[in-house]
Design a protein around this ligand. Structure first.
Ligand SMILES: C[S@@+](CC[C@H](N)C(=O)[O-])C[C@H]1O[C@@H](n2cnc3c(N)ncnc32)[C@H](O)[C@@H]1O
Length: 205
């Protein structure tokens, strides 16, 4: 499993997340980011080309995966703003309180082990008036799909770097001291078990 997690999984994650449906979603949310940005689970940096450089001071890119960071560094090198990588987990963000204008999280809340703790950390570092921009897959609204998500989740999780199919994303965000101002949701692909997306903007309660 170590070989798979170190060499195969990062490339697979990068390849899957480069898909057209994901690109469309990134284009909807990332241009809303402003100022000092913290991207949680920056992965291979697939959101980087979607930031509007004229609105960005710089980006902190946090992710525990060194392999994905290597890919992201190449993308960051050609940008007109700085990206500072932090090789840590979202559960313990090494930044002070109220110092971030925008927290960005895409396709990552599914994989964070203690997701509630990480969201509370995002809440802590966000300035009053700041925004949490999110786009995530999660629990499907149709009972028969959601039942299959629950059944398959243990196997899925073990081959996908800890990704959960069935997390109730808006509820998790709202339970962590955020108020969701804009929320959209839809299936974005044919593989319904992993394609029900929630995206939008939340603010501090
Ligand atoms: C499916 S990838 C998505 C990457 C990127 N956000 C994107 O939109 O392409 C999930 C990411 O979550 C990261 N991740 C896993 N556990 C994490 C944690 N505890 N804190 C922060 N990121 C984590 C993984 O390393 C990986 O980069």
């Amino acid at each position: 499993m170590k070989f798979y997690n170190t060499y195969i999984l990062p490339r697979l994650t990068h390849w899957v997340c480069s898909g057209k449906e994901f690109k469309n979603q990134r284009a909807k949310v990332i241009p809303h980011a402003r100022g000092r940005v913290l991207e949680i689970g920056i992965g291979s940096g697939l959101n980087l080309p979607f930031y509007n450089p004229s609105n960005i001071d710089f980006v902190w890119g946090l992710d525990p995966s060194k392999q994905l960071q290597k890919i992201a560094e190449k993308k960051a090198g050609v940008l007109p703003f700085n990206v500072e990588f932090i090789g840590l987990s979202g559960e313990e963000i090494p930044l002070e309180k109220n110092c971030v204008d925008t927290v960005v999280v895409t396709y990552t809340l599914c994989s964070i082990k203690d997701v509630q703790k990480a969201l509370i950390e995002m809440n802590r570092v966000l300035k009053p008036g700041g925004k949490l921009i999110f786009c995530e897959h999660g629990k499907a609204p149709d009972d028969h799909i959601s039942r299959w998500q629950n059944r398959i989740n243990p196997i899925w999780k073990s081959v996908s770097g800890g990704c959960n199919l069935n997390r109730p994303i808006p509820r998790l965000i709202e339970k962590s001291g955020f108020k969701i101002n804009n929320l959209d949701m839809a299936y974005i692909g044919r593989f319904k078990l992993a394609s029900f997306n929630y995206w939008g903007i939340a603010v501090l309660k």
